[in-house]
Design a protein around this ligand. Structure first.
Ligand SMILES: Nc1ncnc2c1ncn2[C@@H]1O[C@H](COP(=O)(O)OP(=O)(O)OP(=O)(O)O)[C@@H](O)[C@H]1O
Length: 241
């Protein structure tokens, strides 16, 4: 499998806090990779470094064969990003926000089709400020992939979504995978992770506590659900699989 992301010994401190203390992993093309961990474990910091929007103290990152800090424009033309609490200009209408995002790219997807897929068509004329939290979150997912990215970063993508909306996003992510898109996501919902992810990295206080396929981790620890594995690792010392 072609490697599309290679992170080696990534380190980042905020003052005296080692937010990321030597993290290494790879992601393959068409893989759904979950970056998990407790609140404050360092997941967002890793993603920000991977995307070149935060400068690591040390370590190497190759995303689609590029250094994301040196080739940010090229990287962003090929990856899609939905960050936690994506901010929109509130007065912008939903359709305008999509049009604006699409106008940045040469061959954007049909965003109206995407809005339909996520049941947002009837909101096209509304200002973004009128959307509910979950609808705004879904709009961020739409906008993240309007340019048909090869790699999609989704940070807590389904937080705030109702069960039907979550299922719809899950189905869409599986479709993207079938098309060869790689997805790197963070989530606190272990059912979601178990359903979606081919492999997961479990972060604990800035380091990787485990790396492997969900079923592999379940088997090794003789657990029935990933939430039990998660809780086990949050209590244990580092243990690579
Ligand atoms: N700009 C910053 N300045 C100082 N400390 C920061 C900064 N950004 C993050 N941190 C700290 O670094 C640690 C890791 O934060 P990060 O946001 O990467 O965690 P996370 O795993 O994404 O957490 P969550 O699941 O709660 O979103 C936390 O202790 C956080 O308080």
């Amino acid at each position: 499998m072609e490697t599309i992301l290679d992170v080696t010994d990534l380190r980042k401190r905020y003052g005296s806090l080692a937010a990321v203390g030597g993290v290494s992993f790879t992601v393959g093309r068409g893989e759904i990779f979950g970056l998990l961990g407790h609140n404050g474990a360092g997941k967002t910091t890793v993603l920000e470094c991977v995307l070149g929007v935060r400068t690591p103290d040390s370590g190497t990152i190759r995303l689609l064969g590029m250094d994301p800090r040196e080739q940010r424009k090229k990287v962003f033309s090929r990856v899609g990003v939905q960050f936690q609490e994506t901010r929109f200009q509130d007065k912008l209408r939903v359709g305008e926000a999509c049009e604006l995002a699409a106008s940045l790219y040469r061959r954007p997807k049909d965003w109206r089709e995407l809005l339909r897929h996520f049941s947002l068509s009837d909101k096209e004329g509304l200002p973004v400020s009128a959307l509910s939290g979950g609808e705004r979150q879904t709009l961020a997912v739409v906008i993240a992939q309007v340019h048909e990215p090869e790699v999609l970063f989704l940070d807590e993508l389904t937080t705030g979504l109702d069960p039907a909306a979550r299922r719809s996003v899950w189905a869409y992510i599986k479709e993207l995978k079938a098309q060869g898109v790689s997805v790197i996501l963070t989530s606190h919902y272990m059912d979601e992770v178990e359903y979606l992810c081919d492999r997961i990295a479990l972060m604990r206080s800035g380091t990787l506590a485990a790396l492997g396929r969900p079923e592999e981790l379940l088997e090794i620890h003789e657990k029935k659900c990933l939430e039990d594995v998660f809780l086990l690792y949050m209590e244990k010392e580092m243990e690579a699989v």
